[in-house]
Design a binder for this molecule. Structure first.
Ligand code: ADP
Ligand code: MG
Length: 324
């Protein structure tokens, strides 16, 4: 009986012959977000994507520092953090501690004075050393008093730009899974989480070269549940007197970090952790690989001279050159 049922199911699946890949692109979080779903019926896939995109937009609004967002209010000393924001704050603080201070959630005031989040203008004036020194926050910016998070200092302003995109990707995947999607990628401008497979094949992805946009530093084949996030100095930057100024700051100096051109983190499951750690790894350069591995992830760094270093375990995912 069971065998008969099974045969019937296989037959039905075969007959309905669903188009295996549903692909959609949306503009969100300041970047193009690609949804690729494999093996689901087109209508199921499309409503799952709609719901995931809606959830990711909700997350984007929750964590932005613009307008009257909860984070902006908190930074002005008005109101407590919503629980969901407080949860990401706790994760951020843990990454700060484990990364030796390289990931710092309290750099909002400095990020604003550098101005890389606001616009693409290349003719803006960069802050003076004095301005930077005046806004450089202490190592720890948040404390919990009477059950509520508080900023310790007026130099401290929360900015979730280094981790919120990863969290949005995780929420998007959770919504896809709630819609019974088993095989998918959500790729937000090169930051992605992968679940399942592409039929009988693994998903194949490339990590772009930080200076040659059409070249990759590695090609990976991945399956199961895994996140890959890259931080780089090539998307928002200006060059002045031969030096590249960009949007990832070294919390020890308040200046754009100088040890890497790009840093990629691979994490089982969590795109949130991969995102936070990719920022931390970028700041620390190759020295960040050790704490990253201790935290259960692996990474790849292209240093300021273009030299590539990676965790030994990275090799298991890499497609050899000849096979690309
Ligand atoms: P992207 O936004 O390009 O994906 P990242 O994930 O590395 O890159 O995040 C960079 C953003 O994180 C900056 O725009 C800023 O908002 C914030 N940021 C900058 N430096 C740090 C840092 N050292 N720690 C945490 N967040 C940072
Ligand atoms: Mg990041």
């Amino acid at each position: 009986m069971l065998r008969l049922l099974l045969a019937l199911c296989l037959l039905i699946a075969g007959c309905s012959n669903p188009d295996p890949l549903t692909h959609q692109t949306r503009y969100m979080m300041g970047t193009l977000v690609e949804f690729s779903l494999y093996g689901a019926k087109r209508s199921t896939a499309e409503s799952a994507i709609n719901a995931a995109a809606e959830e990711m937009t909700r997350v984007e609004k929750l964590f932005t520092t613009h307008h009257a967002s909860p984070v902006a209010q908190f930074n002005r000393g008005k109101g407590a953090l919503p629980d969901e924001v407080a949860q990401l704050l706790v994760i951020s603080e843990q990454i700060r501690q484990q990364s030796g201070g390289a990931f710092h959630i309290g750099l909002g005031a400095l990020n604003r004075v550098w101005g890389f989040s606001d616009d693409q203008a290349t003719n803006r004036t960069l802050p003076t050393l004095k301005q930077v020194a005046a806004l450089l926050p202490p190592a720890q910016c948040v404390v919990k008093k009477d059950g509520e998070w508080q900023l310790v200092d007026r130099r401290c302003q929360l900015d979730f730009g280094g981790i919120a995109k990863g969290y949005a990707i995780d929420r998007g995947i959770a919504v896809l899974q709630a819609h019974h999607i088993r095989n998918a990628i959500i790729n937000a401008g090169g930051d992605m989480r992968i679940i399942g497979q592409r039929g009988d094949k693994k998903w194949r992805i490339g990590i772009r070269h930080p200076r040659q946009a059409d070249q990759v530093v590695a090609t990976l084949e991945l399956a199961g549940d895994i996140s890959v996030v890259t931080s780089g100095d090539y998307e928002r930057f200006v060059i002045r007197d031969g030096r590249r100024y960009h949007h990832i700051l070294d919390p020890s100096t308040g200046e754009p970090a100088m040890r890497a051109m790009s840093a990629t983190v691979i994490s089982p499951h969590s795109a949130t952790l991969a995102d936070g750690w990719s920022t931390a790894l970028f700041v620390r350069g190759r020295a960040g690989l050790n704490p990253l591995q201790q935290a259960g992830m692996i990474g790849l760094v292209v240093d300021r001279y273009g030299k590539i270093d990676s965790s030994p375990a990275m090799r298991q995912w890499m497609v050899p050159h000849g096979k690309r």
